[in-house]
Unconditional design. Structure first.
Length: 239
């Protein structure tokens, strides 16, 4: 399932987008859930401060005195590098200005139907496939979950760290966490660890040591995850 936000200030166009998205969802056999549809960029900004979404379809020329589409995209990128932004606009000259927000695509409104479908095909193709046994498939790469020590996020890409090598894939943590097994734990904005490879946890310094001697600092924003890990470890110890 993909969670979608539409930010377009013309109600007719919002309805057209919703109709096209529904057709794309049926054609590509993928559930696309619109969690917010609005013409107000402030509403989108507020929503994403407290909730997650996979995709944002964003009009550039929003009729809002404080924030147009590009300004909203810039503000979102300061705290959310995972969401996929698809810009739509009748103003082609805004293309290069919009790319400061790292969008996946810029679609002219005159050709929105075919390009929107092609863009969603790309997104779905790059989505992580559900694990089969110890393996997941991401963008034609098959990865053994048991061999991942930790995953590091750098901008739009995820770096998989193994014993002797690394693999870089352009995919968000949100997509990954939907498909990783229970022994994977996000401990900060930039790191997911395989708990099977933990050798020590220093809570005074908020430092996790892995068996390859890599040290990763966990964030206070992820203390609930660490508490769950501690409870799980205690249960194992006392059994």
């Amino acid at each position: 399932m993909l969670n979608l936000i539409i930010c377009e200030d013309e109600e007719f166009m919002r309805n057209q987008l919703a109709h096209h998205i529904n057709n794309i969802s049926i054609k590509l056999d993928t559930r696309i859930n619109t969690v917010l549809s609005t013409g107000n960029p402030i509403e989108v900004y507020t929503y994403l401060q407290n909730n997650n979404a996979d995709i944002l379809i964003l009009d550039i020329d929003l009729k809002n005195e404080k924030m147009d589409g590009i300004k909203l995209g810039e503000k979102l990128r300061k705290f959310n590098t995972n969401i996929i932004i698809i810009f739509i606009s009748a103003r082609i000259e805004k293309t290069w200005e919009a790319f400061v927000c790292m969008p996946l695509n810029f679609i002219p409104k005159l050709s929105i139907i075919p390009q929107l479908e092609e863009t969603f095909e790309r997104i779905i193709k790059n989505k992580v496939h559900i694990p089969h046994g110890n393996f997941i498939q991401i963008q034609n790469k098959t990865i053994n979950l048991n061999e991942i020590i930790y995953i590091e996020k750098q901008a739009m890409k995820s770096i998989f760290h193994f014993n002797y090598n690394t693999t870089e894939i352009y995919i968000s943590f949100i997509q990954l966490l939907d498909c990783l097994t229970d022994n994977f734990l996000q401990v900060s904005k930039s790191f997911i660890i395989n708990t099977a490879y933990i050798s020590d946890i220093n809570h005074s310094n908020k430092l996790i040591t892995l068996i390859n001697d890599n040290k990763i600092k966990y964030s206070k924003n992820y203390l609930k995850n660490m508490e769950d890990l501690n409870a799980k470890s205690d249960a194992i110890t006392h059994n």
